[in-house]
Design a protein around this ligand. Structure first.
Ligand code: NI
Length: 170
């Protein structure tokens, strides 16, 4: 099975809006499995479909308590907040402190296309919120404070310029 390519910021696909899966078939089951293998390969505890170039509402996670594979996940209830520093496979070297719900209720299809409602707490709840953000084109850098954000985008701009330097630069 070919490894899915990891998309890295500023790849446009990371800002795309994912479409819901209308019908769960063997293809979706296969994509979930391949996303899971990619997540393992790249060393993440969560991965969303756009990170491998697929604009569909599908996410996978494993915080060491077993695989979680969700299709069309909706967070229907969120509890009180806590804060933690997060990193993202698609943004190497970036770490952002983010306040999120400590517990969530999720309505979704599972890896067999069956409807499930899950109550999730702690790290897994955080990972799922991070991945659902990806499905909406939202990235951890969108949580930076204004001053942190200016620093980040200035550094990105510099990288971009560095890439073109010398190549008919004018
Ligand atoms: Ni991420």
């Amino acid at each position: 099975m070919d490894l899915l390519d990891l998309r890295i910021y500023p790849d446009d696909v990371l800002r795309g809006k994912c479409e819901p899966v209308e019908k769960f078939t063997v293809l979706e089951a296969e994509i979930l499995e391949r996303m899971f293998l990619a997540m393992r390969h790249y060393g993440g505890i969560g991965l969303a479909a756009p990170q491998v170039g697929i604009l569909k509402r599908m996410i996978v996670a494993d915080i060491g308590e077993g695989p979680v594979k969700l299709v069309n996940p909706e967070i229907i209830l969120a509890e009180e907040k806590d804060s933690m520093r997060e990193r993202c496979l698609s943004l190497p070297g970036v770490e952002v402190g983010i306040e999120r719900s400590a517990g969530i209720r999720v309505q979704s299809l599972n890896e067999k296309g069956k409807e499930v409602k899950l109550n999730i707490k702690g790290l897994l709840a955080r990972v799922i919120q991070h991945e659902v953000d990806h499905l909406n084109g939202k990235l951890i850098v969108d949580y930076l404070s204004l001053s942190e954000g200016i620093k980040f985008y200035a550094a990105e701009e510099k990288k971009e310029k560095g890439k073109n330097a010398g190549k008919n630069t004018f």
